[in-house]
Design a protein around this ligand. Structure first.
Ligand code: SF4
Length: 521
């Protein structure tokens, strides 16, 4: 895409604004595109572990590749680079705040019919969402209506830039750097296009729907991209680049520079910290309360109870990571059967025959305690969470890279950056050790010693609060906030196990569909 269109000109000064809207822009070339990227913290952590650098410096590495003079700009037809590289951690702050609100609303029993049912289940993992839509539609009413940080970033960028630069959303090309391939499926959802938030509901534009995220690249694909352009990532200067102001001063000071937000401590987990934020939010509301953590049947199932100062349970939450555990979760949320019971089921209930993963006996009319007492469950498809996404750099990739680097080391300048030492022959134990390194890089962002030294130019703008940002976003675009931040889910007919023409398999079909729709596959 960078080689297919000229770049849309962006003034290098703060735009003058009238009523919050910028004016005075040049008439852009009709086929000009604004190139913008967003980067997840797990991608930075994977690169940081690979190159033995801090998470912050891995961010600079990505920034230099996407925006810098020695990066993608150095080649290609139009010498295009990305105008902005946004940290999805910034948008995650909005997600966390709205997630806590959603849970508080469900606890206060003021839920309307559009709000999710308790326990509310995380919506940020597309692997989990696709699975629920295809195989367990009974859990859909529980899924948080909130868009993921990737999707929310896409909506914010396209809705605000199209308005402030007075261009069509199709003239903005947004690539997201993510830890997994499932994010490509998320980007291809029909719910996540400009049709869902366009200010004019009767939009009669001849344009087909424009996606909020045009392309998703995984961490490993980022390495491939650099290599295809003969760019050595460790040779890029690991320093911040000057920042082009976002053409809306309020959002500029919220979004830029990146790295405003850290990944918090290890207790917030490697997947964005939704559950941790909700628990600590309620802990602050209840002085003297404490959080009791109990490990479940494995390290990916954890129970959390917020206890009052007198040890009364105030809030129950849980974490379920990995499909093996998710299967147990969805079973627990299954509504009780109302029809005539089969003899086997009667025998099971009498004789205590229980399938693995089923909870200890019926309660509340046959529903599991999780369905009746829990407020929130953080659900992620990958065992170990997002730092372990399928698109991350694997330990054997590092080994391969080291072999290549050593084999061709005569020419490659590493500028003080060393690849991580490979951990012998990778087996399950080595994979675990590697994941521990990536996790360490991910959590190191909260105690980053490079921060002061490298801090980029600060324009002295006060960072707006999240409620102010949300109100401003809605006012600039003229779109009600609900249309910008929430999404919907639907039952998807699965053809798994059914006869398909030409012996096609499900995964291939999904990839083909995503590709046809212009996705990043
Ligand atoms: S848990 Fe895995 S599949 Fe889900 S969003 Fe994270 S990396 Fe992607």
């Amino acid at each position: 895409m960078l080689d297919s269109y000229p770049s849309h000109p962006i003034p290098n000064t703060k735009p003058k604004t009238v009523n919050g809207l910028s004016n005075g822009y040049l008439t852009p070339p009709e086929d000009g595109k604004v190139f913008i990227a967003s980067v997840s913290p797990q991608v930075r952590a994977s690169l940081a572990a690979t190159y033995n650098i801090s998470e912050r410096r891995a961010g600079y590495m990505i920034d230099q590749l996407l925006r810098g003079p020695q990066g993608l700009r150095a080649g290609g037809k139009f010498n295009n680079g990305f105008t902005w590289v946004i940290d999805t951690n910034v948008m995650r702050e909005i997600c966390l705040s709205l997630a806590a609100e959603e849970v508080a609303q469900s606890l206060s029993h003021t839920n309307d019919s559009d709000s999710p049912k308790r326990p509310i289940l995380t919506s940020a993992c597309p692997g989990w969402i696709c699975y629920a839509e295809k195989t367990h539609p009974h859990v859909l009413p529980h899924i948080s209506r909130l868009k993921s940080p990737q999707a929310l970033t896409g909506t914010l960028l396209k809705s605000v830039l199209s308005r402030t630069l007075n261009i069509h959303p199709s003239q903005i090309w947004h690539v997201a750097l993510m830890p997994c391939f499932d994010k490509k499926l998320e980007a291809s959802r029909e719910e996540l296009t400009d049709q869902s938030w366009h200010a004019n509901p009767n939009n009669t534009s001849s344009h087909p729907p424009v996606r909020d995220v045009d392309c998703v690249i995984t961490t490993r694909e980022l390495l491939t991209l650099a290599s295809a352009r003969s760019i050595s990532l460790p040779s890029l200067p690991l320093k911040p680049l000057p920042i082009t102001p976002f053409p809306d001063p309020t959002l500029s000071s919220f979004l830029l520079p990146s790295h405003h937000a850290s990944n918090s401590s290890s207790s917030s987990g490697p997947s964005g910290g939704y559950l941790h934020h909700i628990l600590t939010h309620h802990q602050r509301l209840n002085p003297g309360s404490s959080i009791l953590t109990t490990r479940g049947r494995n390290a990916d199932v954890i129970d959390y109870v917020l206890l009052s100062s007198t040890n009364t349970p105030l809030l129950k939450c849980a974490r379920y990571y990995g499909f093996r555990n998710i299967q147990n979760l969805v079973r627990k949320l299954k509504p009780p059967r109302t029809g005539p019971r089969l003899p086997g089921a009667v025998a099971a209930s009498r004789g205590g025959v229980r399938r693995p993963g089923q909870s200890g006996g019926p309660s509340a009319g046959g529903k599991d305690v999780l369905a009746t007492e829990y407020a929130y469950v953080e659900v992620m498809a990958c065992p170990g969470g997002c730092t372990n996404g399928g698109g991350q750099i694997r330990v054997d990739d590092v080994q391969q890279m080291n072999m290549n680097t050593n084999g061709a080391s005569s020419g490659e300048e590493m500028e003080g950056v060393e690849m991580a030492t490979p951990i012998s022959k990778p087996g399950p134990q080595e994979q675990r050790e590697w994941l521990a390194r990536v996790d360490e890089a991910y959590f190191s962002a909260s105690s980053d010693t490079d921060a002061d030294e490298d801090e980029g130019e600060d324009e002295g703008l006060e960072r707006p609060s999240i409620p102010d940002v949300l109100a401003h976003w809605s006012s600039v675009t003229g779109v009600p906030l609900e249309k910008l931040v929430y999404t919907t889910y639907r039952k998807v007919e699965s053809d798994v196990g059914k006869n398909r023409p030409n012996g096609d398999i499900g995964t291939e079909r999904v990839v083909e569909l995503a590709g046809r729709a212009g996705g990043g596959w």
